[in-house]
Design a binder for this molecule. Structure first.
Ligand code: PDD
Length: 286
């Protein structure tokens, strides 16, 4: 396989040669935002949605957008073209740039822009057949979870706690209400109705989440964007985790109890099929 080519501040270069100064505010403060964009058949998936969220994140942290949408698309497509694999996962990060360490914004720093591609790794068949385990944990994060910030320490701690308890993901509760997973959005199914929490500052507005809501409407599957209480989560017939890398993952064990019948449910099966069909349409499009 050819060595990975990445984009850094205007250059395309081998990953090993891509270096950022230690005073970059991403390194010093976690002062930056990011995106993860799946690529199917060498085509970036829902690119305009990802770019819109990127712009929202930059605006929320008052980071000047260094590129137009056309320039972003070109950079992303160039990275896709320069790397192997029809299916990839693009990681894009912008930081506030290099400056002497001082909390306040630097006057003259130029944002650092980094884009890399990883091979898209499909969720193992075994996880799709049997589902995964999750645990519930307190959402210990801040009040702006709608920003896709690179400062992910709370998410990392939460995911690690889940992993150490033998679970694939932590489902987070703010008080009595479900927000999202440590790195995913959450859906439940109850009596045939698909439910996901409404978009607020307590969760990331997932691109996968939005597509699922859209597909449900298009295929006349009952769907609601509504608060999910802890008791409703525990009593759900189905639980799904969604993200650009995991797509739609069924949770069949929650806190060591079966979810529903303990196997991936029929509504998940239908939605997973619709999602795969949607990807296939994208692959086949000109
Ligand atoms: N994370 N919520 C959180 C906290 C996330 O980190 C993610 C995705 C999502 C799902 O968003 P989307 O459907 O747009 O991928 C929700 C990415 C994949 C990551 O950090 O690697």
């Amino acid at each position: 396989m050819a060595p990975a080519t990445v984009y850094l501040n205007g250059d395309y270069l081998p990953l090993e040669q891509a270096c950022v100064p230690v005073l970059d505010r991403g390194f010093i403060f976690g002062d930056g935002v990011y995106e993860v964009i799946p690529v199917y058949g060498r085509k970036a998936f829902r690119l305009e949605h990802h770019l819109q969220r990127l712009k929202n994140s930059m605006q929320a942290v008052r980071l000047n957008n260094p590129h137009t949408d056309e320039e972003w698309s070109e950079i992303i497509n160039n990275v896709v073209e320069r790397n192997d694999g029809g299916d990839q996962s693009i990681y894009l990060q912008i930081t506030r740039g290099v400056a002497n360490r001082d909390h306040r914004f630097p006057g003259d720093a130029v944002p650092t822009v980094f884009v890399m591609s990883n091979l898209f790794v499909m969720v193992p068949t075994e996880q799709l057949e049997h589902g995964v385990s999750a645990i519930t944990l307190d959402d210990i994060r801040w009040q702006y979870c709608s920003i896709k910030s690179i400062a992910l320490l709370p998410n990392i701690l939460l995911r690690q706690q889940a992993v150490e308890q033998g679970a694939a993901e932590a489902i987070l509760l703010r008080g009595n209400e479900v927000t999202e997973g440590a790195a995913s959005n959450v859906f439940i199914v109850k009596d045939g109705v698909i439910i996901t929490p409404p978009k607020t500052d307590c969760l990331l507005p997932g691109i996968t989440r939005d597509l699922i809501v859209e597909q449900a409407h298009e295929h006349a599957m009952p769907v609601e964007e509504a608060i999910i209480k802890q008791q409703e989560l525990l009593a759900a017939d189905e639980i799904w985790l969604t993200s650009s890398t995991k797509e739609i993952l069924p949770v069949t064990r929650l806190n060591d109890q079966n979810v529903g019948t303990g196997i991936p449910g029929p509504v998940w099966k239908q939605m997973y099929g619709l999602y795969q069909d949607y990807k296939q349409t994208l692959r086949e499009a000109d």
